[in-house]
Design a protein around this ligand. Structure first.
Ligand SMILES: C[S@@+](CC[C@H](N)C(=O)[O-])C[C@H]1O[C@@H](n2cnc3c(N)ncnc32)[C@H](O)[C@@H]1O
Length: 273
């Protein structure tokens, strides 16, 4: 499908190194970017999928400097591709978040365009014996200028619908507390996907659709164009499709592309999970 404003094909998936693909995209054409790169976790993530395709993804690096250079090269392209009114969300965690903000994002976007450090708080994960348990990821939100779109009411509405759904199905934490209806805060409490979750497709590091819905509703309007340069299981694209946003997705892992195609093909007009 052609996006006439940007004059590019949208609702497309690209298989390949995102740096190469990003270099082919025109400048200032997307409204929002969600980038969930490897976190410098020093792990090799295995794949468990019935698609019979090779491997997961590797998050092992020669050094922190190599990782930061890899990320910087891609973030420079993302900045170029983002519209002057656009928003970047960069998802990371304690492994490198301090370096990412200070060494990459602030210099590129300018400190005045740093808007939020969002905390995605969840309960899953291990319990270290000699440290506090790590129960959050960081999502940096930067805009390209002071002229940007932000719709907190849409996020409030999403959260109200979620509370009503939980109340209706008698789920835990279904109290309709005052906080659920207030201006959304920078702490987003959403359970990480467990093995039994309905939307689970067994891609390591798969994020919940509901988390992406928050970001999409806050920073885009229907028909806006969203870019995810590391789609993994395709969560951003699935949420974008359900919310009638256009999208471009990239991943170098053929399994990620195949899983995302499957998820998109299976979509009927479901509400966000
Ligand atoms: C943290 S996962 C993304 C998970 C995704 N947000 C989801 O909800 O499933 C990171 C992804 O980056 C991809 N990736 C890593 N290096 C890449 C590169 N140079 N080009 C394109 N994709 C890359 C990996 O294959 C992996 O799917």
């Amino acid at each position: 499908m052609l996006n006439e404003t940007a004059n590019i094909m949208v609702n497309q998936l690209y298989l390949g190194d995102n740096l190469e693909v990003l270099r082919q995209l025109p400048s200032e054409c997307v409204d929002m970017i969600y980038f969930d790169p490897p976190f410098f976790s020093n792990k090799q993530y295995p794949m468990r999928t019935d698609l019979q395709q090779v491997s997961g993804f590797d998050d092992r690096w020669q050094s922190l400097d190599h990782y930061l250079q890899w990320l910087k090269d891609r973030t420079i392209e993302l900045y170029r591709i983002l519209k002057p009114t656009g928003t970047l969300y960069l998802h990371c965690d304690w492994h490198a978040n301090a370096y990412i903000r200070v060494q990459i994002l602030d210099p590129l976007f300018g400190g005045k365009n740093f808007r939020n450090e969002l905390i995605w708080h969840y309960e899953t994960g291990g319990i270290p014996q000699r440290d506090f348990a790590r129960k959050h990821d960081t999502i940096f939100r930067y805009t390209k200028s002071q002229d940007f779109y932000f719709n907190p009411e849409a996020v409030q509405e999403l959260r109200s619908e979620e509370v009503l759904r939980r109340l209706a199905t008698g789920q835990k934490n279904a109290t309709r507390s005052k906080g659920q209806w207030r201006h959304p805060s920078d702490v987003i409490q959403i359970p990480a996907l467990n093995a039994m979750a309905k939307e689970r497709v067994a891609y390591p590091t798969q994020k919940p659709e509901y988390l992406l819905a928050h970001l999409l509703l806050a920073s885009t309007k229907p028909n806006d164009l969203v870019l995810d340069p590391a789609i993994g299981s395709g969560t951003t694209l699935v949420a974008a499709h359900k919310l009638q946003r256009q999208y471009i997705g990239i991943d170098q892992n053929p399994t990620a592309i195949a899983l995302t195609q499957q998820r998109l093909a299976a979509l009927v007009d479901n509400p966000i999970n």
